[in-house]
Each structure stands twice: as structure tokens, then as C-alpha cells.
Write a new protein. Sequence first.
Lengths: 207, 207, 239
Amino acid sequence: MEKPADRLKHMKQNQDFNLDTIDDKIAFIESILFVSKEPLEPEKIMNFLNCKNIQEFEKIIAKMDESCRQSGRGIILQRAGGGLQLVTKPDIHPFLKDFYTIKTSSKLSIQSLETLSIVAYRQPVTIAEISDLRGVNSIGTVKNLLQKKLIRISGRKKVPGLPLLYSTTREFLLYFGLNDLTELPSLEELTEMFEEKEQPSLFTIKT
Amino acid sequence: MEKPADRLKHMKQNQDFNLDTIDDKIAFIESILFVSKEPLEPEKIMNFLNCKNIQEFEKIIAKMDESCRQSGRGIILQRAGGGLQLVTKPDIHPFLKDFYTIKTSSKLSIQSLETLSIVAYRQPVTIAEISDLRGVNSIGTVKNLLQKKLIRISGRKKVPGLPLLYSTTREFLLYFGLNDLTELPSLEELTEMFEEKEQPSLFTIKT
Amino acid sequence: MNETDIYQVQTEFFEGPLDLLLYLIRKNKMNILDIRISEITAEYLFYLKNCQGINPTLEGDFLMTASTLIYIKSRSLLPRPGSTDEASAEDKLIHTLIEYDKIQKISRLLQEMETHTLLLWKREEVSEHFEHKEFDIEEVSSFQLAEIFLNIVKKKDQEEYLYLESKNYPLDKKIEEILHLIETSEYLNFFEYVDKLDSIEEILVSFFALLEMVKQRLVVALQKRLFDSISVWKNQQTD
């Protein structure tokens, strides 16, 4: 770390940062992601870097990702909601929690998760369809998810009464760490995943 | 970067992060500084790391500082107000500034949103009517929305003074992903949601 | 795992009738594709009767399914003159259960993903004390817009409601009051009088009272110019 005087010297000396090298590009990406609260779309960064080739860009990202994964680094790169984002390494979570003595954020209720599952896989979908599939009136959970911005109104169904249709949002993708909806496993894949471990798993325990 | 399924696998494997090595300590410091907007006192971090010796701590910080200064990094360590802080590398500042002036996002205040909601639901509407509903003079927010092209002048009201009437624009529909105004949720629909009255389930079997 | 964890694991809590039905199917080791729905009716009703793990706010939904189950069961016991009602009701319910089974699997997946993303800290998380006063327009949905408008209308309704409810000024009482004032002071400056009133409603009632008194020829009212005050005297010619 520098004293202010050194810093000035340093500033005058170092005029060789110009985004030409791959390292400069990585440094630039790290700094813009650091100051951005939201995930940034790769296209915006590519435009700025005058990088016309997606393969070239992906090479930069891969190198950056690799260097983040090394030990001695606490931040990693993540794709979420179609954008790039810096987040802390998952392994550090327990220590972060202790350091900040923060309670884990409240999780969604099973009702909300059920309703979200239906919206995610059946979108666009009406409240009547959701309630029908769950066997339970779902107006309350739909409202709750709307307020959490995990779902949105996406139109009206062309049936009598013109009921509102609901779809998932970008917030939904961010919340579950998905890049886009295609990352959700298909129903077939899902059945496979769960046949391996059919017993109720431990993550349902409320602590 | 991993796919969600891989990520879940990864989650279960990696349990070897435990702050024992200097690298783990650096990673931890990077992550706590990353999530903190304010500089953190070194003492607080030392306490948490059970690091009783200031020389030892300074050694960790020096190593971290050195690795931040390498090319390919966009964030550096800085001492400010007696605390430690992560900031972007000064060399990158001109590029950061350029990047963020390009990405000017259109922000709306809650006041503007209130006015916009009134225009959306009561159009065509005069400023006097908007001000009356909101209980505050709304000329400013109307001007703001006109500039953002979310509303437009759509005529004059045939009352004394012939005040201007305002309506929403095509841009408005685009922003909110609506095909037409009938797709806006009606107040009845919304009230129903907010009242959450217990209705019989919609799950019925037609026989 | 501590004791409360164990307790939570052992307690069955059903999110709805389908959740309970699936539980019973699994408990009886039935294959979801070829179960006889009517066979688990008794068990379902047992749970319902004992309210085991039944969310009271969802009781109606549980009862609704119970009636379907009883219907299916009763049809299966009666000789059927070529009716396919029972079969279709059962098929529909089984189909719903298969779909619900998938939903539960997706929910569990989402839950795992949620658990994972909660391990990743984003930058703004610790410093949430500064308030977001501005909204990115791209993030506002039509629902939020509607919600904002609903709140404005509600607030406005409340204002008007409270205002009207505040006091009641019957017209005849007002007439009596004004007549009394005129009789004691022989003359009334209407604007001065109205100025002392604290609600628009009372002012309006007073004005109507004045009009009514003029109409009944109880008083004479005079206004020199538009927006001038109105002077009111008792009408001497009525006697």
C-alpha cells in the first residue's frame, strides 16, 4: 500500500494501462464488476473493449475465472441472469457469517417454491392453473412472489375472463444463480436426479 | 464457471477452507472487504483471525497487496481512515468513467412512478387531477416523464382553462412489456390479491 | 443434529391435499402410475379427522379433495351401468398427482439452488443501510405500477372517508342556528360566519341552509358584487 505521495508518483509513472493486453482487459473487467451492483451483460463489456469475437471474449473470461479460483482469492466470477458478477467464494460463507454476525437470509417457504416451480416450468401461467396444479388456492403466494419480484405479470390469457399470466423475472434467475431458463434441468433430467437419492434429504431441516 | 448441477456437486466436496494457511487468510480478507462498503479496522480482522501479532498481520496484508498489484488485477488494497478497503486501480479510472457514462440507465424516483401510475390508470388526465390524487403539486414529475417519453400530451380537457391532458406512450408499453393498456392489471384483480380472501380451492374435478 | 431438528424432521406437515395424498401413496409403497385412489381414502380421511399436519387455513382445500375421494370410492363400490365418471375422476386426480410429484421435485431442486446462492455474497449485502430512492425503470413491472396506483387510490379514499365521517351537520339544525344568530344580532356577514367554520362540509351545509332560508323567504340575502361577502337579514315581510 502506498502513502499519498507515492500514489501521485505512481499515477504519473504508470501510463501504460491501455486495455491492449489480455491482463489489462481482465483488470478492467474485474474493476467494472467490482463497482457494479448488478450483473453486467457480456455484450456491454465486449462493445467497450472493441472485442468483436465471442470466442476471444470467452477466452478472457476463462482466464479470469481460473485466476479467481486459485487459493488466496476470495472473490469468484459468476454468470447470473445473462450477466457477469463477482461474488464471494462459497467456502468462505461460514466465516463471513461469523465475521458479520449476520443471520442467514430468510429462505422462501415451500409454498412459494412450489408456486415458483410451476411458473418456471409452465410459464406463462395463470393463477387458476397454479392453484389447480397445487390443489391449493395460490393467490397469496403469487402476490408474495410478485412483491419479491421473482415473478411478473406477462400478459393476459385469451380465454373468458382474460386472466393475467405470470412468468419468471431476471430477479428469479439471479436469486437462484441461473444464467438463463435453459439451465433449469428438464423434467426427465430431474426425475433421474431424484431417483438416485429418493429419501428425504437433510436440507429440508429448518434451523 | 460452473453449471448449476456441477455447482451443487462442488458444494458438497469442498470443505477444506479453514483459515489455517496464509492464502486462506488472504482470501477471507478479500471477501470481507469485498462485501463491506466501509473500511474495516485491522484490529477487527486480526481478532477474528486470532492473529495476536501485528507483524504477522502486516505480513499477510503485504502479500495480499503485492498480489493485487500484479497485472491482471483491477482491485487494490488501500488504507483509509485507519481501515482497510478495496478500491479499483487508479490506472483504470478513465476507462471506468467512460464505461459508466455509456451505460446511463434511466432511473425513476418513487414520485415519478406515482405520477406514471396515475397517468396509466386514469388517462387522459390533467396535471391538476394528478396533483389532487397525489396530494402534491406534480408539475415537476410530469415534466420528467415527458422528457423520458413515458407520457405524452394527448389533448385538452373541455373545462374552463382548457388544461392539457396526458396519456402514456408506446415507449411506456415497451418498458413494461405490455402489448396494450388492457394488459395492465385491473384494480379489482389487485384488490382481490391483497385481500387474500379464502375462496374454495380452484382444484375441482368436473364430472 | 439437535433435538429440535429431529422433532422437525419427524413432524409431517402437509402443504396441501396433494402433498398428503402423495405421502400416503409413498407410505403404502404404491406406484403412482397404477394406484387405486379409492384405497387410500380411509387413510386420507383419518388424517383429516385428526388434523395431523393439516394447515387450518387450507382446510377447505383438504375437504374439497376429500369429497372427490369419497365420490371416487362410492362409485367404485356401486355397480356401474356403463358409466365412466368414476374412471375419469380417478384419472384426473392421478394425473394431477403425477404433475404435483414433478412440482415437488422442482421445488426441492430450487431449494438446493437457493441454499447454494445464499452462500455467495454480493457486494451490496452488508451495506444495505443506504436506501434506494431510485428505481431502474427496466426493473419496475406492471404489477409494481398497479400496486403504487392502488395505494394512491386507497389513501385518497381514506382521506375522503375520514373527512365525511368527521361530523354531521343536518340542514334544519343549521337553519335554526343561523336564524338564531340573525335574531340576536339582526344582521349576519355570511363570509365572516363561514370563515370560523372548520370544515368544508359545514361551510357547504351553511350555504345550502342560506339558500333554503332565502327560498322559504325567512331571510333576505344581498351580495353587492361577485365574490363579495353576502349580507343576511331577517325577512320582516313574512309576518
